[in-house]
Design a binder for this molecule. Sequence first.
Ligand code: BJ8
Length: 425
Amino acid sequence: MSQNYQTMWKNLGLDLNAHDMLLEVLGKGYTDIYLSQSNRPTGMGYFDFVMSEVHGLRIKELLDEKAAGRKIVGSYCVFVPEEIILAANATLVGLCSGAEFATEAVEKLLPRNTCALIKSSFGFKLGKVCPYLECADMIIGENTCDGKKKSYEILNDLVARLYVMDLPQMKSPGGKAILKSEYYRLKDEMEKLTGVVIEKDRLKQSIDIVNAKRKAIHRLSILRKANPVPISGLDALLANQVFFYDNPARFTQSVNALCDELENRVKDKTGVFPESTPRILISGCPMAVPNWKLPWVIENSGGVIVGEESCVGERGTRNLTDTSGNTVDELMEAIVNRYFDIDCAVFTPNPGRLQHIMEMKEAYNADGVIHYGLQFCQPYSIESGRVEKALQAENVPVLCVETDYSQTDIAQLETRVQAFIEMLK
Ligand code: BJ8
């Protein structure tokens, strides 16, 4: 990445030495994991470029938007509706992080046994290494799991403007009413932040923009049903991760261009792995950049990932928002309906997720499911038992793994994953 960005990073208040360290680790991880893959679609060149400029050109674009009067909003959860943020003439960026940083400082503020995703997000703030966080005009937290909910009380002292959105815990009419009132409260807050009134045409246009992103990802997902699979799970995961950072229109165009290429691969039966490769569905906690450990282990152990039941994956992108409404209220209702269907493990009970895993297993013709839990994530760890039982009852091979962002358990993961994939063969 060019030295020209040093001034930009300094102006954002980043710690340049710590940031260099992070970029070095990120760059090495990317080279080792991504650039070493063979037979990648040429359309992945765009995503390689995005990753090489993830702290460079993209940040410059966001700062240019800010200079032109647009607000930047950061979020940690797929329950934050991008449609409402865009309709207020603001840009949404994902802030979840997938690498350990400043752990010692983090553990002075949070218990050691907090999940890696929360600790990492705090580490990026305390270590002053995240330009997305530093350029956000407002950060939206959400009351999902206890870890996030309580950590936002502490984050509130660390960032300039934190807005916390309440979320329901149950899929009941009362739960839906809570979501609805919270989305209206968010709409008001966004209007206050930007001074832009969210009227019907703006909202409709924003829904179209976000739906187009989702449709492109749906297209990519459908192509992964082919055998041989035209794209690795690692590359598909990257596209799902970039979903949260990139300019929406450019993202849509790039994923569609990639899909054009993959369609030809499917016609020619060109795959990234042989047809006989065991097909794996991943299910569980989200995988934020640069958390590629488990997918790398799977695809280097003789398996191919064909789908992700995850918020960085199909749980986050599967449903579209209905655009048929003709008033702001009707469109807001459509947004509530779309998001209320997200089957995050923070809901109780949460049978929809089990059903979705089964549907995905069938749709992607997966030979087995690997359930991925982050250590100390209670919602997904507790649900892993039910997922395991439900899959076993249908004779679907399943492996439950629990890990974090460290590299210390790679050998152990490899042993377990290799044995699982051998069993599938
Ligand atoms: S909608 S999955 S993005 S909350 S891994 S912080 S649950 S202890 S990330 Fe999530 Fe929204 Fe749900 Fe999706 Fe807590 Fe678990 Fe950590 Fe988690």
